[in-house]
Design a protein around this ligand. Sequence first.
Ligand code: 5GP
Ligand code: MN
Length: 348
Amino acid sequence: LFLLLFLQLMTKNAQELKVLLSSPKKIVITTHKGPDGDAIGSSLGLLHLLKQLGHEVQIITPNEYAKFLHWLPGNDDVITYEENEVEANKLTSEAELIFLLDFSHLSRIATYADTIKISNATKVMIDHHQDPDREIADIIFSDTSACSTAQMVFEVIEAMDMTNYLNKAIAECLYVGIMTDTGSFKYASTTAKTHHVIAELINAGAENAKIHDLIYDNSSATRIQLLGYCLNEKLRLYPENNAAIISLTDEELKRFEFKKGDTEGFVNYALAIEGIKFAIFIAEKDGMVKLSLRSKGDFKVNGIANKYFSGGGHMNASGGISELSVNETIKKVETIINEYKSELNKSN
Ligand code: 5GP
Ligand code: MN
């Protein structure tokens, strides 16, 4: 019954959206700050659909994203709010339709939120995070069980009966979104549906081997050396509590010529150690201390990210920030590990 209601809502939303898209519109697509593969992949995938339908489309991200995503088709159609505030404000105030992709609370788009709030555009959210703020959009596609927003964009295209518009550009972008948010199709969120969608994307022209290579096997030597340094020198293990921390200071990042995106995935190495259920990566970036929290099984990290680090995310993958120094943040995390001791030692 629940599934039936869910599908009905999907169909109703998709029909409503299809009507909105039946005449040319000025459209803005935005996504969360520190955009990752799913944020950019889903935004660009949607852009390539909307352009074919004759709309004027601009993607505005709160800030810049990793270079390993810059090869994606349509990358030049993206501007950052941080670097183009005046233009972004103008485009947003003129937009008739705004898509909010891969986030569920306006706090995720930083200062751009003020501009979004005062816009009169119809807003459409497509997202897979917990507890969406239903006040911020008029049409809400929310599926917290979906592996990625990119998969949801595919499902929305399907529900609007528009799969005939799928092309290589859409396929490559959505493939990247699904691949990066599922850890290359290995997380529990990966379903038979995910693999069906991927098959459709490959049919539509996504070159899977090329995409994996461009995203994962195209690092600078210094990035791989930074990874080696983290694993050799910066890994703190708490085997009695099944936890591990990796941390990096600004000085260390500079030493390895850090570029945005270079530390993506590092936290997963800590989680790959036998027995480790809770892994924390801490790094000093842009004058702030950022945390990435990962877990296995039913140890939930989004509550911890929210309670202690003004953040949030998914059950097994969350993030947040710390007001403290790197060293003090490590101490705080150690306290948290201790506090969750019994939960971390539960066998499951
Ligand atoms: P990452 O560790 O890769 O930066 O983020 C993992 C996940 O945590 C993201 O997909 C996002 O859902 C969530 N996340 C990361 N940083 C923040 C944050 O500052 N606030 C909130 N609410 N969620 C975050
Ligand atoms: Mn996502």
